[in-house]
Design a protein around this ligand. Structure first.
Ligand SMILES: [Zn+2]
Length: 562
């Protein structure tokens, strides 16, 4: 290329033209450096994290794509102008990979597909590095200006053809070596920021969109039957962002759960001492709870089958599903309850949602009062999800006086705000305690066997108590995001009818219990049997075997905890 540029320069002849040619040459080199930056950044990152085969695949694919695009463009100006959109998405892809330590995948696609514009702008507002927007825009403008002002120089000169020929020849042994391991080859292709971003936007995003609409759920009949007759009622409350160590029932110094403390002390509720979330994101954890899918199955792309409500319905239960949450999580599982309750809120998703979980209580009480059926009532609420200060009414602002919080505070580095964050989180736990009291006391009125199970989707990291981690959804294992509080309350009629289940629950209460155990346990409590039943996954069974894999999904990727 240098010779060609030099030739172009000397052809111009005059001093002014030589000067212009020098400038154009500098522009061309600058553009070359900018456009190859995403690939070089991915290459440097890969050297520390990836296998040799994957790295070679990255290099190989970069050469082939550059050759292909160059053949189509034929001039440097057209090459840089045409590849501008690819360069933008490839840069975003590389930045995302390097910042999060993983190439963008299903987790990000699900988050982006499920998010409204308002949520995306909210996420942008809390992005600590948003000052970078201006420099990024400046670099993009520079790229466009430089490329549009380039002279019409051909790409293919003798020099570029020689270099290109050598590079293309090198791709043959690289390709032969890389092709020997298809998994590493695929990983290497995803490392290429151009191909990776095309796969992400062209395949992952549409797939995530379908997934959120439940189109990928493959339901087949369970052939379930109920092993007993008569009326009984089972309630499952899927909690949200519940940090075990922030509950006084588990020893927290602040009295955040006075009602549950009393219940546990009286032996009315069995606290699960070592409940662990399978995932640290709602979209992953809740489907695992309701279908029994393990982290390993979810990580290998296992499709969701029928869920707990389908199983219960098949066995003759009346089902209700009450949602004060991002309804996308319910559609993702293709929930089809006999009664679906989804009270309106100005905000469909999670951010900005302000309806308190008590909006579900009228529908819950109506289901409790619906005598004559065996009933399963599931609830998915906002629990203690950020923004914490929206999760409780003013009269429950017991701890501190967190007045200064806004949606932006979760990204704060101002340590004086950390106390306010912790205070408002604790107030949300107090509200959860009050909410569970309303649920359990209403169920207590029943004369028929009844159980109430509370199991949150995941935990939450506190900036003051967890060494700087905040919230949930980290790309690595943060204990507070997985250690959750959970409990089962059983009424006297149920205890009398099924003493063996109560004994098993008490015996298993200190063992490690995982999200995907909830499915089999609820089925077991409800007395449902089916050919594919796995009693060793039910912690209400004496046959329970704790999951010993120590594997969880951290931001959707299988991760082993230390
Ligand atoms: Zn969640």
């Amino acid at each position: 290329m240098t010779k060609a540029l030099a030739a172009a320069g000397s052809d111009a002849g005059q001093a002014g033209l030589a000067q212009m040619s020098r400038m154009a040459r500098v522009s061309c080199y600058t553009l070359g450096a900018l456009s190859s930056a995403p690939v070089i950044a991915m290459l440097l990152w890969s050297l520390k994290t990836q296998t040799l085969r994957s790295i070679l695949t990255l290099v190989l694919s970069a050469i082939l794509i550059a050759a292909l695009l160059a053949t189509c463009a034929r001039t440097w100006r057209r090459f840089f102008v045409l590849t501008f959109p690819l360069w933008v998405v490839a840069s975003a892809y590389a930045a995302c990979t390097i910042l999060s330590g993983k190439v963008p995948g299903r987790a990000l696609a699900l988050l982006l597909s499920g998010a409204s514009w308002e949520e995306i702008s909210g996420l942008f507002a809390i992005w600590p590095q948003k000052w970078m927007t201006l420099p990024i825009a400046a670099v993009m403008a520079l790229y466009l200006i430089l490329s549009s002002k380039l002279p019409v120089w051909p790409i293919f000169s003798r020099a570029t053809l020689n270099v290109g020929g050598v590079l293309l020849a090198l791709t043959i042994p690289m390709g032969v070596y890389a092709a020997q391991n298809s998994a590493q080859l695929a990983e290497g292709v995803a490392l290429n920021p151009v191909v990776g971003s095309v796969i992400f936007f062209g395949m992952q995003m549409p797939r995530a969109h379908d997934e959120l609409q439940g189109k990928l759920v493959a339901k087949t009949p369970f052939h379930a039957r109920r092993t007993r007759t008569g009326e009984e009622v089972h309630v499952l409350i899927v909690g949200e962002s519940a940090r075990r160590a922030s509950w006084s029932a588990y020893g927290y110094t602040r009295p955040t759960t006075p009602y549950l403390n009393r219940l546990a002390m009286d032996g009315e509720a069995i606290l699960l001492r070592n409940a662990m979330a399978d995932a640290n994101l709602t979209e992953f954890a809740v489907p695992m709870m309701l279908t029994g899918l393990t982290p390993q199955q979810a990580a290998s792309g296992g499709r969701l089958g029928g869920n707990l409500l389908d199983l219960a319905k098949e066995a003759g239960y009346r089902t209700a599903w009450l949602v004060n949450q991002d309804v996308g999580v319910s559609t993702l599982m293709a929930i089809a309850a006999d009664h679906l309750e989804y009270p309106p809120d100005l905000h469909e998703g999670i951010f900005g949602r302000s309806a308190l979980d008590e909006v579900l209580l009228p529908a819950y009480r109506a289901e409790i009062a619906r005598a004559g059926h065996a009933r399963l009532i599931g609830m998915h609420g906002m629990g203690s999800h950020w923004e914490y200060y929206r999760r409780y009414p003013r009269n429950l602002q017991r701890f501190g006086s967190p007045q200064r919080l806004s949606m932006l505070t979760s990204a704060t580095t101002d340590r004086s705000m950390f106390t306010d964050l912790a205070d408002s989180y604790d107030n949300s736990v107090l509200y959860t305690d009050w909410f569970l009291q309303q649920i359990i006391e209403a169920a207590r009125e029943l004369q028929v066997p009844a159980t109430v199970t509370f199991f949150p989707d995941h935990g939450e990291a506190s900036p003051t108590l967890d060494g700087g981690a905040v919230g949930h959804g980290s790309a690595h294992y943060v204990a507070a995001e997985f250690e959750i509080p959970a409990l089962i309350w059983l009424n006297a009629a149920y205890r009398q009818a099924h003493p063996e289940k109560v004994a098993a629950l008490a015996a298993n209460g200190s063992k490690e219990i995982r999200s995907h155990d909830v499915f089999s346990t609820m089925a077991d409590l409800m007395g449902i049997n089916w050919p594919g039943a796995t009693p060793e996954r039910s912690f209400a069974s004496e046959r329970f075997v704790p999951d010993a894999t120590k594997e969880h999904l951290a931001r959707g990727v299988l991760t082993k905890r230390p």
